[in-house]
Design a protein around this ligand. Structure first.
Ligand SMILES: [Fe+2]
Length: 636
């Protein structure tokens, strides 16, 4: 809670300048009850000094910020190894050495890891309020009593739509699947996006992104080594996340102990985000974008997400998208992120067939897999009588919203029981719910929801590659008014992107495999029709190719008519490997857009590639300035 108002604090700051009697320390003491304690150090007793080993200071670590529920709020989160106060001292940035005359007191919660060590760490959340659009804020966090403070950080508060229209485009970093030990290349580049190389651009508003979205799979994993991997990861991202809002959605690697680390270590916005949705789903407006996070894990972890939960989230998502549609004049774009993708780079005729092939490769017992998936409604005969190419059963589960809680059994080969039991239990539960309320359902057609409400962009991770797709719907290329490799003009369906190569230990870097990563347009024979560009996929060992760790930067023009997605590679030290634009003159439900366009939805197998320029020859930022060499696309 805020302990004093901005006006009062500014008045105190003015008093500091004109009055000689109160010292700066005294003024600070009046400005904040917490600060009073900070400036009144304890007088240690002789016995304490002589007999007791001094306790280590509860030094804050893992500081990160997130956009608040309201436009004028920013939430700051950090952790300490022992219990401590939860105070943020802050002020409008004045060069780095100004008095932090404002103060906000937050809350501390003891978080106990579910592992054998039952380690306890203390998570602190505090929300700053009454922040002005675009203003630069300096701050530090800590405990006034012990005087254990963090270093100073700063952030630019969320810009208003008017500021974005008048200024540089809204910029969002989009990256998923970022590990503690394998992500340094990407995190170094993202840090340069925030600060410039060597901090050269630290004070330039135009140089920094407005936010970062990390759509699931953190640290590998947050709970590993009794949570110490998670601690290290939060330290890894502090140079980024203490300066730029770090917005998240959950992935399968957060599932331990019912996503407890994910729920405790972050604080996302939204009504009931803390107690009700627990960071799993929420939305906010920023500039021309309505940004939505949803929990794609609901279809895979039945022990944590029952039918009532999934129904509730689906109802929320439907209502949120409907409200966003009604607000298109103010926020034209609807952008959604979740962990698991609906589409893929390589389609197969029937996902059941693909699953069987995979299980044969691994020597697994296939018959039970197939029976399990058929019990889930995922069998080939049930879904695709025409046997057209589709992605895997997990993609279908997300796309069509079918609970499929058998992933681990599928992976480990202890098959049969999961598919049949879980599906039966869930569908039975949902069916029982349906009799009680017509609003209940047993499948949750997420893609239909996106189509009906005109979701412009949906990005994900989980697959540890970067794949950019053409507008797609119901496993077909949807086309648009004019869709080429580089420009999607008035697309007729949601554009999906998989940006899941932030850094995963399943992938090996160039130090182990000498060949550069696979990268380029989806021209190989088995590429899915909706696949436009792909980089970094496996199997790496078989091909001897390195992983391509990458991240995306999305820029939204302030007038809401165009966005540009760029993808950068850590393997090639910041090389821009892909770029394309979405240009939309009329946002809204796709059926309305198609009707306005005067034509039927086109379903083309291939989109014409009309551009003569090749991606992969443009570099980003300082990397581009330092290096002029052009790196060619690596063969598919
Ligand atoms: Fe994942």
């Amino acid at each position: 809670m805020r302990t004093t108002t901005r006006a009062a604090a500014v008045l105190f700051a003015a008093l500091l300048a004109v009055a000689s009697a109160p010292t700066p320390c005294a003024a600070l003491a009046r400005a904040s009850r917490g600060a009073t304690a900070a400036l009144s150090p304890r007088s240690p007793t002789t016995s304490t000094i002589s007999k007791k080993k001094p306790r280590p200071l509860p030094v804050p670590s893992g500081v990160h910020i997130a956009l608040g529920a309201n436009d004028d709020e920013m939430t700051i989160t950090w952790q300490t190894s022992s219990s401590a106060g939860s105070v943020v001292q802050y002020a409008p940035f004045g060069g780095g050495n100004e008095e932090l005359v404002l103060s906000a007191t937050g809350e501390e919660r003891a978080f106990v890891d579910g592992g054998n060590a039952s380690g306890t760490r203390f998570i602190h959340h505090a929300t700053l309020r009454e922040l002005r659009p675009g203003e630069k804020i300096a701050y530090r966090v800590g405990d006034p009593v012990s005087r254990a403070w963090s270093e100073r950080f700063w952030f630019f508060h969320k810009r208003s739509p008017e500021q974005i229209r008048a200024g540089p485009p809204l910029r969002m970093i989009a990256v998923c699947d970022v590990g503690h030990s394998d992500s340094t290349g990407v995190l170094d580049l993202v840090r340069a996006e925030v600060h410039g190389v060597d901090g050269a651009d630290a004070d330039v508003a135009e140089a920094r992104p407005d936010l970062l979205v990390h759509c699931g799979d953190f640290a590998y994993d947050l709970d590993s080594r009794d949570g110490r991997t998670g601690d290290r990861y939060m330290d890894d991202i502090q140079p980024i996340a203490a300066y730029v809002p770090y917005m998240v959605s959950p992935g399968n690697h957060e599932r331990a102990y019912n996503f407890s680390h994910y729920k405790a270590r972050f604080r996302m916005p939204g009504v009931g985000a803390e107690t009700e949705t627990q960071n799993h789903y929420y939305s906010l407006d920023i500039g021309p974008v309505h940004l939505v996070a949803w929990n794609s894990e609901v279809f895979f972890w039945g022990e944590y997400f029952d039918a009532a939960y999934v129904n509730k989230m689906y109802d929320w998502l439907e209502a949120d998208l409907a409200a966003a549609n009604a607000n298109r004049a103010k926020t034209p774009w609807i952008v959604v992120h979740g962990h698991r993708p609906m589409y893929c780079a390589k389609a197969t005729k029937g996902y059941a067939y693909a699953a069987e092939e995979e299980s044969r490769r691994r020597g697994w017992f296939t018959r039970a897999i197939t029976s399990g998936k058929r019990a889930l409604g995922l069998g080939k005969k049930h879904n695709h009588a025409d046997d057209k190419p589709t992605c895997s059963w997990t993609n279908e589960a997300v796309r069509r919203g079918i609970p499929s809680w058998c992933e681990d059994e599928y992976r480990d080969g202890a098959l049969g029981a999961c598919g049949a039991r879980e599906a039966t239990e869930f569908l039975g539960e949902a069916s029982a719910s349906a009799s009680a309320s017509e609003s209940q359902r047993s499948i949750f057609p997420i893609e239909e929801l996106f189509y009906d409400h005109g979701v412009d962009l949906h990005f994900n991770g989980h697959e540890h590659d970067y794949v950019r797709y053409y507008p797609a719907y119901r496993d077909e290329v949807a086309g648009g008014e004019n869709v080429t490799f580089e420009r999607y003009v008035n697309p007729h369906a949601t554009v999906h992107i998989t940006t899941g190569s932030g850094g995963n230990d399943e992938m090996d870097s160039g130090a182990k495999f000498p060949n550069p990563p696979s990268r380029g347009r989806c021209t190989h024979d088995d590429a899915a029709a909706w696949c436009a560009f792909q980089s970094g996929w496996g199997p790496k060992k078989k091909s001897g190719r390195s992983a391509d760790f990458t991240y995306g930067v999305v820029s939204f023009d302030g007038d809401g008519t165009s966005l540009e997605w760029r993808q950068y590679s850590a393997y090639d030290k910041g090389l821009e490997i892909d770029r394309f634009r979405i240009e939309t003159s009329a946002h809204g439900p796709f059926k309305d857009r198609i009707r306005r366009g005067g034509g039927r939805r086109s379903t083309r197998r291939r989109v014409p590639e009309t551009s003569s320029s090749q991606p992969g020859t443009r570099e980003r930022g300082e990397a581009a300035r330092r290096r002029s060499r052009s790196i060619p696309q690596h063969a598919l």
